[in-house]
Write a protein that binds this ligand. Structure first.
Ligand code: SAM
Length: 267
């Protein structure tokens, strides 16, 4: 996959008229988000008004792209603008595994589509979207940095509404939060599966150094990680106290977790 935004700063001003149009001239659409994730749809992820703007924004961006009126860079830029705008007015704690019943002040604000800066690329890079263990059959290098899920929270549940918006999909959904059926489930967020997945990764990774972030509140104990990595080379570990991730609703008192950096120099 190439760098989707291609970090071409001209995209910013080329897309500004589309963003202005979305803010000031676009007609509302009673689409999939309105029908399923608004007050009218029985799930108060968004106000009715904002849900219709999200539907309108995403269908406009896909339609322009489908008609060949947007380059790849322009398409992904405008889609990012819709996603970020939707996320700012979502009636959630930041995760979409559930919605709040009473609308928050932020979620009641009218949605606003915004542009954003694109920085010049500092290096040429390649981006892949794949299962980590499958990808490691195909790529090699000097340093492999890993930041895997470390709790049993499935990302495909926690961000399902944003995924649906981004992909302009109309999936079959179920349950109180309207989760799509057949979403990707990661072994890294599964207590019974994570150890096998991790062992396989450490063994097969064709990299000189493996560096992995993981916290003390994780599903694999620190000793297990140390044991597995030590079998394949010289292992060391750094640690620091770090403010725990809090969803928007949680208490103001700061809670700290221990963040580990596991480092393996492979034999
Ligand atoms: C802790 S987050 C990493 C966040 C990222 N480093 C950042 O700063 O934005 C873990 C990520 O791993 C992804 N993931 C889960 N299972 C995976 C797998 N089997 N292969 C590749 N990525 C996976 C999740 O979707 C999530 O985006």
């Amino acid at each position: 996959m190439e760098n989707l935004l291609n970090n071409d700063p001209s995209t910013v001003y080329e897309c500004q008229p589309i963003i202005d149009y979305m803010n000031h001239a676009m007609d509302d659409v009673e689409g999939f988000i309105f029908q399923n994730y608004s007050e009218a749809g029985g799930r108060t992820f968004f106000t009715n008004a904002n849900a219709m703007r999200i539907d309108a924004g995403v269908s406009l961006v896909y339609e322009l792209y489908g008609n060949g009126e947007l380059t790849d860079g322009q398409f992904y830029y405008c889609l990012c603008s819709v996603l970020e705008a939707a996320d700012r007015v979502s009636n959630t704690t930041g995760l979409y595994s559930s919605f709040l019943k009473k609308f928050t002040a932020a979620s009641l604000k009218p949605i606003e589509f915004r542009g954003f800066d694109l920085k010049e690329p500092v290096a040429s890079n390649e981006v892949y979207l794949a299962d980590a263990n499958e990808l490691l059959q195909r790529v090699s290098g000097d340093v492999l940095y890993l930041d895997p899920p470390y709790t049993s929270m499935q990302y495909s549940n926690a961000y399902h509404v944003l995924n649906t918006i981004a992909q302009n999909e109309h999936p079959t959904i179920h349950g109180i939060s309207g989760r799509p059926e057949g979403r990707n489930v990661s072994a890294w967020a599964s207590r019974p599966k994570v150890e096998g997945e991790f062992r396989r990764l450490v063994e097969t990774a064709n990299f000189e150094y493996l560096v992995m972030s993981y916290s003390n509140e994780s599903i694999m104990p620190v000793e297990l990680i140390a044991d597995v990595m030590s079998c394949f080379g010289t292992y060391e570990r750094k640690e620091m106290q770090y403010k725990k991730f809090k969803s928007r609703k949680e208490a103001a008192n700061e809670i700290y977790v221990t963040e580990y950096l596991h480092v393996l120099h492979k034999n």
